[in-house]
Write a protein that binds this ligand. Sequence first.
Ligand SMILES: NC(=[NH2+])NCCC[C@H](N)C(=O)O
Length: 246
Amino acid sequence: MALIVVPYHQDERLPAALLPLPAGTPAVVVDPELPAGDLWARLAALDEAVARAVAAAPDPVTMVSGDCLVAVAGLAGAQRAGRDPALVWFDAHGDVHTLETTTSGYPGGLALRLALGGNPEVLADRLGLRPVAEERVVLVGARDLDPPEVAFLAGSRVRRTTVSGLSAADAPPGPLIVHVDLDVVDAAELPGLLFPAPGGPPAAEVVAAVRRLRATGRVVLLDIACPWHRVADSSARAALLEALIG
Ligand SMILES: NC(=[NH2+])NCCC[C@H](N)C(=O)O
């Protein structure tokens, strides 16, 4: 297993303490020089470095980062390595906004939609990313959707399931990218999330669901996003990362 660490939330470098990885795990840290200026140009530069690292790493790859946008780069990297992966997206949120529908302006709220072909000019075109067809995407555990996201999902072929209801048979055929935004876990179990969503599954259920998918042997990339603030005690975070990575 190759571990790639992308210590960024959007274009902002994170302190190492924010991603409490198991001690002694060898990792490639992606930390390129980013150009000054426009956010999407900076993100494209970061994603280009991530896509190269993913394409160069032996399968299966585990990636840990500060937000969901990096998943787009992971997809581009897997495609560059000659894969055509489907997506299983664990997230309390839909992340299916476009630049036109987002009300918060939070770029991470677009992440899955960018992988589906939305706003190709911001990242996909710059990375040479091919969009993933809707029917090859499963959204897992989403419970905090904005009205435009509800409307988009209602009219799309993206499938939805709960975390406990996801079996390996629900995964699309072929190679898989499993993206896990850790905010899919019930917010009470993970203090300090940037977008806490109550009513979620326990962390153990998320770990079990990810293991069911990994047991298929088809997961080429496990992409773990940690969109959270600093907390005094990061032991629950460290334990969860260790359980997912190990
Ligand atoms: N993966 C996430 N944490 N997404 C948060 C998105 C929150 C909200 N839907 C927005 O677009 O602003």
